[in-house]
Design a protein around this ligand. Structure first.
Ligand code: SF4
Ligand code: SF4
Length: 446
């Protein structure tokens, strides 16, 4: 197999800041602020009120529709209020549930516990528990897991791949998870394979994590699970690129992995599925890398969902100089934040701090038609032309050029010698196309 994909870039890995730092537990804060929207799809609806006592792991927001997920309290305590708070993904003020922690960690009994009998679970029950536990992709996309585990009728999935590539610079949360919880990850993969009746199970890891490749290879012995070392290249962790690297199959334009018989899930989500089924634990905490050149003690922290970024930064020793940029996620696909009062959600893989020098944006220069952006695009698009369409509002043309296939990896912007704002303009074009499609659909339904 190719064990890589066409295109891509090689940004500095910058993982040495935190890759050797074992996972540490961050104490739960006095107040958690839990967003009702932590996943792709409709936000959850609150099912608690001000003054209610809630337990750790208790459902406090119910999924609204199929593509949605419930949310759970990450502490035991009292609901102080349901109010608007700034959201790290949208940057807007959105509804959050504020819970005063009573520090008892009294746990709710929301889910069935299969314990040692986890392998005997019925496949349909796996999907049901994934939903009830509020599982969503922990790699950052936060797509509801139960939806992903329910492919349309007639779509046969024969291959399940766990994504342990962690190709974004700086991020090491998945790396540490693979080193410290390899058995849980393997069991989670077996459960996903069972839910989908898939024959081939594999774990994909970039070659810059030889210790994780070694330990998972040892633990996967006699399970039939393959470990796939992948070339170190960004965006190796994008699911379509990973599928091509391992199977040689191509997800068709506008399609999804199940269109070529594949399913990809993050290693953290596999562990969360095992936790839900074996231990009855909903998704109310996750591992977050806190790193960056100006952070005193870069770390990998196990934190309760709803903890402020400020608390994580403080635990990691704070900044050694003035902060120029705070990013949620990795530097390639992450989102710049305006405040550290935003909170950890199910999709928060990392928090990065950069100094003022790194935050300076260089002036945009004219395109020199070097075609470097075309060479690196892993989806074989013409980034410069689509970006121009976004800039000059030629939305139909952007759609014809395949803008919706863009995975927003940022490789084109990274390589551009003229510092063109390619990704911003492509994102704008995509959002306008999606708006146009939604309007047309609404017109037809009226
Ligand atoms: S056009 Fe999209 S997919 Fe292609 S390199 Fe740019 S951001 Fe990545
Ligand atoms: S990489 Fe930049 S300068 Fe080169 S063709 Fe693309 S947009 Fe133009």
């Amino acid at each position: 197999m190719a064990n890589t994909f066409p295109g891509g870039v090689h940004p500095p890995e910058s993982k040495s800041y935190s890759e050797n730092r074992p996972i540490e537990i961050l104490d739960a804060p006095e107040t958690v602020i839990i967003p009702l929207s932590q996943h792709i799809g409709a936000p959850a609806s609150p099912i608690v009120e001000k003054g209610d006592r809630v337990l750790m792991g208790q459902k406090i927001g119910e999924a609204k529709g199929f593509v949605s997920a419930p949310v759970h309290s990450s502490v035991a305590g009292t609901v102080k209020k349901i109010d608007f708070h700034i959201h790290p993904v949208t940057g807007r003020y959105e509804p959050h549930i504020f819970i005063q922690n009573d520090f008892t960690d009294e746990r709710a009994a929301e889910l069935d516990i299969f314990g040692e009998n986890w392998e005997e679970i019925d496949p349909k029950k796996i999907v049901e528990i994934a939903r009830e536990a509020g599982l969503a992709g922990l790699g950052g996309a936060a797509f509801p897991t139960h939806v992903k585990l329910s492919p349309p009728p007639g779509k046969k999935i024969d291959t399940v791949l766990l994504n342990g590539a962690e190709c974004e610079p700086f991020l090491t949360a998945d790396h540490r998870l693979m080193l410290e919880f390899p058995n849980d990850i393997i069991r989670g993969l077996i459960l996903i394979g069972k839910a989908l009746s898939a024959e081939h199970l594999g774990i994909c890891i970039e070659e810059n994590k030889p210790d994780a490749i070694r330990i998972l290879s040892e633990r996967a012995e006699n399970t039939g699970i393959e470990i796939y070392p992948l070339k170190v290249k960004y965006p190796q962790g994008a699911e379509k690129q990973m599928i091509f690297a391992v199977t040689g199959r191509e997800v068709p334009s506008g399609g999804l992995p199940f269109d070529c018989g594949c399913y990809v899930q993050n290693v953290g989500t596999a562990k969360a599925l095992f936790d839900a089924i074996s231990r009855g634990k909903p998704l109310y905490e996750r591992i977050v890398t806190v790193s960056g050149p100006i952070l005193k003690n870069p770390s990998n922290l196990l934190v309760r969902i709803g903890t402020s970024y400020e608390a994580l930064i403080e635990k990691a020793g704070g900044a050694t100089e003035d902060i120029g940029k705070l990013i949620s996620g990795g530097p390639m696909m992450g989102l710049a934040q305006s405040t550290d009062s935003v909170v950890v959600t199910k999709g928060t893989s990392g928090i990065l701090l950069f100094g003022l020098d790194d935050a300076l944006s260089r002036p945009e220069l004219p395109c020199i038609n070097c075609a470097k952006c075309v060479d690196v695009c892993p989806v074989n698009l013409m980034p410069t032309r689509i970006a121009d369409c976004g800039e000059y509002n030629k939305i139909d043309m952007a759609q014809r050029l395949g803008a919706l296939d863009c995975i927003e990896c940022g490789s084109c912007a990274f390589i551009c010698p003229s510092d063109r704002r390619l990704l911003q303009n492509i994102r704008f074009a995509k959002s306008e196309i999606q708006r146009k499609i939604a309007e047309e659909r609404e017109k037809k339904s009226n």
